[in-house]
Design a protein around this ligand. Structure first.
Ligand SMILES: [Zn+2]
Ligand SMILES: [Zn+2]
Length: 415
């Protein structure tokens, strides 16, 4: 479920409301647009509703880790997935509730800022442990399959930290959101000593959204991870704190009313597994097609949707385009309107490679056990926009015929 975040505009200071996936912040008051980035995880706090007389400098903030994403896994001859959305304690203590439950979704949260004068309790449970717990859910989910796990990937995930505000009054520890008693008789000095004060690096930074190449304004939607320059026809992703240009293409259409959906076209090789061309992919995954010389001359490309979708549609779309890539003509680099925002990062797409090889395979019993030893060497990555014809409720891809419902696309942006 999506979170609502209260934040001040970095340009004029006005209070604005964001959603968890928002990166391109367009202020409705001053109309300035900024791109929000962070060097670590995003840190939020639940609203402080402690009584006014409580000294804010003596308040505590207990960390909770939030994981939201999809775990794709292969077990025996099956490929499955599990949608995970969980917020769990980030420190080992019996005093605090093990999870925040639905609270973060039920109230607006704020990004941690220098306005918070209290003490942040240290996160002692590593994010890795949370991922392992998410992995455990796949074990429970698939306990009727007796064969071993061959692969597990976390795709489209967000990991963030949400702090629960607390305060001590007359030796009693209170939850500062509900003002309910949590424990009594504890020492606040000891808690104080275990915490740290706010750090500058916790607050997101904002990048001005000007094209580094021509200086024109970059465009995108609120949840876009890739920004576009319609002036010099370039596209940009954030890398190590600044905008970095990415290779992109668009497959043109004669139909003027098409909608373009982005895919990460990952050109890879795995010579150790005899996977060096498209022909090899057809052969190794046992496709009922005659592998011809032209297939062996084609590069091996895995096409991963560059936008968030529910897992079944994500796999179906990427699988169909990957298997039909010979029908897709070369693209050009001319921007058009109606381009769907990129909401899945390139590195997430790379993590999805094995899941797509598994999805494509017809001989799953034979291929899935090979996945742990498979390694794909990256050759090139291109962001490729494919034309989809607007057919009322659905968008239908021009070259491959695959369709995706408009409602599914809208729903995918809320995941
Ligand atoms: Zn503003
Ligand atoms: Zn430009």
């Amino acid at each position: 479920m999506d979170l609502t975040i209260h934040q001040n505009c970095p340009s004029c200071g006005a209070g604005i409301e964001l959603h968890e996936a928002d990166r391109l912040i367009r202020c409705p008051y001053c109309e300035v647009q900024n791109f929000m980035i962070t060097s670590g995880v995003f840190r939020f706090t639940l609203p402080d509703k402690a009584p006014a007389h409580i000294d804010r400098r003596s308040m505590f903030y207990a960390p909770y880790l939030r994981f939201k994403g999809n775990v794709y896994y292969c077990k025996g001859k099956f490929q499955k997935f599990k949608v995970v959305d969980t917020t769990q304690q980030g420190m080992d203590t019996a005093i605090l509730p093990p999870s925040l439950g639905l609270r973060p979704q039920a109230m607006p949260i704020s990004l941690v800022s220098s306005d918070i004068k209290g003490v942040f309790l240290r996160q002692t449970i590593k994010a890795q442990v949370l991922l392992e717990r998410a992995a455990l859910l796949t074990v429970i989910d698939s306990e009727n399959i007796e064969a071993p796990f061959y692969h597990r990937a976390y795709i489209g995930e967000t990991l963030s930290c949400i702090y629960l505000p607390l305060y001590v009054a007359d030796g009693v520890l209170y939850d500062a959101v509900t003002n309910k008693v949590m424990a009594s008789g504890g020492s606040s000095e000891r808690m104080m000593a275990q915490g740290v004060r706010y750090r500058e690096t916790w607050t997101p930074r904002f990048l001005a959204t000007l094209c580094p190449h021509c200086g024109d304004a970059l465009s995108g939607e609120h949840d876009s991870l890739v920004l576009l320059c319609h002036n010099c026809h370039s596209s940009w992703e954030e890398r190590r704190g600044s905008f970095s240009s990415i290779d992109w293409e668009k497959v043109s259409s004669i139909d003027s009313n098409v909608y373009y959906l982005p895919f990460w076209k990952l050109q890879v090789r795995s010579p150790e597994n005899g996977l060096e061309s498209f022909g090899d992919l057809l052969r190794v995954t046992n496709q009922p097609r005659v592998v011809m010389a032209k297939h062996t001359e084609m590069e091996l490309e895995i096409w991963v949707p560059a936008f968030t979708l529910r897992p079944s549609t994500f796999l179906r779309l990427g699988k169909t385009v990957t298997l039909s890539q010979e029908r897709i003509p070369p693209g050009d680099s001319v921007m058009v309107g109606r381009m769907h925002p990129v909401t899945l990062q390139r590195k997430e797409a790379v993590q999805a490679i094995k899941s797509f090889v598994a999805a494509v395979a017809l001989n799953k019993r034979k291929l899935l056990p090979l996945l742990p030893e498979m390694y794909f060497h990256p050759v090139a990555t291109t962001l490729s926009y494919l034309p989809f014809a607007d057919q009322g409720h659905d968008f239908v891809q021009e070259q491959t015929g695959i369709s995706v419902a408009k409602s599914v696309l809208r729903f995918g942006r809320k995941l």
